[in-house]
Design a protein around this ligand. Structure first.
Ligand code: NAG
Ligand code: NAG
Length: 377
């Protein structure tokens, strides 16, 4: 499955995703207060949608401008920089039957994020670490890579901030592959080196490409260190008979030899069925809710984990212009009622918390916008 890809699918992906890029490229501008008020949780997706249609700099009404600077301090500072620096870059490999999944993933990204997003869609099932070799990314400083079966339940802005938490040697960030070594895959089965006690999962990977390009990586082949590009192919050749999960195994090998380069973020940023199907084991998600959902092993498309499937379907069916509460939160709650026979279904709050937070913020922002506007006139 990993290394093969049909030419037709590639062309299809490229065509439709180019379209998507054009539609969804900019989510940068703060929501403008529309003329008529009902302060419901509804309208921010709608309001955000407007600036997306044009590429001009965000227009601000007085109230909107104040609100924006109060909410997002760092943002205006960057507005003079070239657009490549303003984007939060999101990359995915989309191909063949994963096209619908990819579109829903991108929809969730647009739905919950604030700053401008730039999508890089690779319609080819190449090894993830190969990204760096692609000319297209030479001028991109940082990138969030996700698998197609990922859904954002929280603004990408929030994970993007983790880049600023890197110390001087860290250049990539991932979540552990498992929370419990005793039942983790790597700790039981791997026949190659891997990071830490359980390995890391590459389904959500944040990268500072500037640093990756400039680093000499330690490795098991030559003592002097190699660049990322020089290292990949020989490393793959050396371990190819021992690896099971392709690129993820390779990344685990790389960070085994270079642990100081990796930032490990907690499990709520890459939340998988493993975190609840044998009982809840992701403490971070219990506390602050799932931030990024990762429905691996096809759980959006079968009935093994109905909680994951419910989230996928609700985001898929959400009409963009509509009210988050009415058309997303409420249907989700009622679908969750049918999942209580599963262990994941017994902790609905874990899946709802971040969505609730977004709805609350939308509501508050709307109210503040109108107070501002009223004050003005
Ligand atoms: C990535 O690393 C480079 C080099 O250290 C640094 O200048 C840049 O600010 C970093 N990017 C982000 C988004 O932190
Ligand atoms: C950065 O953090 C990593 C992981 O905690 C650590 O291994 C590394 O030594 C740190 N680097 C520096 C320069 O402190």
């Amino acid at each position: 499955m990993r290394l093969s890809c049909k030419v037709a699918a590639v062309l299809l992906c490229l065509g439709s995703l180019l379209l998507l890029y054009l539609l969804a490229g900019s989510a940068a501008a703060p929501p403008r207060p529309p003329p008529a008020p009902p302060p419901s949780a509804a309208a921010v997706p709608l309001a955000r949608r407007q600036p997306r249609l044009s590429r001009s700099p965000p227009r601000r009404s007085p109230a909107g401008g104040r609100l924006a600077s109060a909410r997002k301090p760092g943002e205006q500072k960057h507005s003079k920089e070239p657009s490549s620096l303003q984007c939060m870059h999101l990359a995915v490999v989309a191909c063949g039957d994963r096209l619908e999944e990819t579109l829903i993933m991108l929809k969730s990204a647009v739905l919950f994020s604030n700053r401008r997003l730039c999508f890089h869609i690779f319609a080819e099932d190449s090894l993830k670490p190969e990204f760096e070799k692609k000319v297209i990314l030479k001028d991109v400083d940082s990138l969030l890579y996700v698998d197609t079966d990922v859904l954002f339940l929280r603004p990408i802005d929030d994970i993007w901030h983790i880049l600023k938490e890197f110390n001087s040697t860290q250049l990539a960030a991932m979540a552990p592959e498992h929370e419990i070594p005793k039942i983790g895959w790597y700790s039981r089965f791997a026949r190659h080196p891997y990071y830490g006690t359980t390995g890391v999962n590459s389904g959500v990977m944040l990268m500072n490409l500037t640093r990756i390009r400039n680093t000499q990586f330690k490795n098991s082949m030559i003592p002097s260190g190699l660049t990322w590009e020089e290292m990949l192919y020989p490393l793959y050749q050396k371990y190819k008979n021992y690896i099971t999960w392709g690129d993820q195994d390779l990344l685990n090998i790389i960070f085994y030899f270079n642990p100081e380069c990796l930032y490990v973020f907690p499990c709520q940023w890459n939340y998988r069925p493993d975190h609840c199907m044998y009982g809840s084991n992701c403490k971070g998600a219990e506390e602050e809710g799932v931030s990024i959902l990762h429905g691996n092993r096809g759980v959006y498309h079968d009935d093994k984990q109905p909680t994951f499937k419910a989230l996928y379907e609700v985001i898929r069916d959400f009409p963009f212009e509509d009210n988050l509460f009415q058309s997303l939160y409420y249907p989700l709650q009622s679908k969750f009622l049918d999942t209580v026979h599963t262990l994941c279904g017994r902790i609905p709050q874990v899946f709802l918390k971040q969505i609730e937070k977004t709805m609350k913020k939308v509501y508050e922002n709307r109210v503040i916008v109108y107070l501002g506007a009223n004050h003005k006139y």
